[in-house]
Write a protein that binds this ligand. Structure first.
Ligand code: BJW
Ligand code: ZN
Length: 271
């Protein structure tokens, strides 16, 4: 599962970091249905700018590492992303669930007309629905809105059914502060289903205590070596199952990666 941090090295601002996306722009004004009702032009200006930034950005090593992992694992892999920028798909990922919607789709704010592909930059006069005349809006899941039930079902079924299978389930979260639900809760679901749980993040996360392993550092540097992709080294990795013989695995505990911190140890630096 990924969050805004995985796109940071592509030049896209995160939500809660210093200088982050919401700076100077209270989140309720641009990412809630109430904010859209109060000032739809402001919200469209904000999302049009995001479209322009995302269109100009390129996938980075971390996106590519996950795409390569998927190429190796096939249907034993699922990528749930909170991101709306589409960079995972541009890196080659195919089994992607966009939990919070997509910057590249527009839908009606009033009726259930299906969302449409849209890469446009919107300016007043704001676009309206051909079916009901209601204002069109970005097809993004805002605070207080329900995620698509088919998306949450797909994620939950994947976790539960993988845990039941013969192979080992690994839950890996990358670049997410663990603030936003239900995304923040999937690690606990995975863990209770028997998964080995990993967090790769620059800073600690709200839900860090729910993970078995925390590897602190920039995803673009950490992920490829951790997953043994992109460098020709096809050794064992956390998502492959097998005997887990990575690093200095010993009888007393899991192997410790460079920069790995046991949740609860506090901050540790990535060398
Ligand atoms: C790096 C890095 C590098 C930086 N390498 N790492 C249960 C309990 C309490 C509240 C709730 C609950 N269930 C639901 C709620 C309410 C609400 C919620 O979670 N509120 C919390 C704030 C408390 N959730 C919802 O409303 C959800 N709907 C829902 O559950 O419906 C039912 C319901 C409703 C109401 C009440 C109860 C039930 C919908 C959530 C929709 C979130 N939408 C947003 C904005 C729209 C998308 C957009 O415009 O782009 O999605 S919010 C924003 O946060 C965005 C993100 O996808 C999401 C998560 O943020 P993320 O990805 O974690 O980013 P950051 O910035 O927070 O963190 C980045 C991290 O990366 C940092 O930690 C850095 O260290 C790290 N990093 N560079 C690696 N190079
Ligand atoms: Zn409509």
């Amino acid at each position: 599962m990924t969050g805004a941090g995985i796109s940071a090295e592509s030049g896209l601002a995160t939500f809660r970091g210093a200088g982050g996306l919401w700076d100077g722009q209270p989140v309720e004004r641009v990412a809630t249905p109430e904010g859209f009702a109060a000032d739809p032009a402001l919200v469209w200006r904000f999302y049009s700018e995001r479209r322009a930034q995302a269109a100009a950005a390129l996938p980075n090593r971390a996106h590519r590492a996950l795409a390569e992992l998927e190429a190796r694992l096939g249907e034993r892999f699922l990528l749930a992303t909170q991101n709306v920028d589409g960079l995972h798909q541009r890196a080659g990922s195919q089994r992607v669930v966009e939990m919070h919607g997509s910057l590249w789709r527009t839908r009606c704010s009033v009726c259930p007309a299906p969302p449409v592909e849209d890469r446009g930059l919107v300016e007043p006069p704001l676009p309206r629905c051909a079916r009901c005349g209601g204002l069109l809006r970005p097809a993004i899941v805002w605070f207080g809105e329900l995620l698509d039930a088919a998306d949450t079902r797909r994620i939950e079924r994947f976790i539960v059914s993988s845990a039941r299978g013969a192979s080992r389930l690994v839950f890996l979260a990358v670049g997410t502060s663990g603030n936003v639900w239900p995304a923040a809760g999937y690690v606990s679901l995975a863990r209770s289903a028997g998964a080995d749980t990993w967090l790769v993040n620059l800073d600690s996360a709200e839900n860090v205590g729910a993970f078995d392993h925390f590897v602190q550092g920039p995803a673009g540097e950490v992920l490829a070596p951790l997953l043994r992709v992109e460098n020709g080294d096809r050794g064992d990795d956390p998502a492959r199952g097998g005997d887990g013989a990575r690093g200095d695995a010993g009888p007393d505990g899991p192997p410790r990666e460079r920069g790995e911190v046991t949740p609860g140890e506090g901050r540790a630096s990535y060398p």
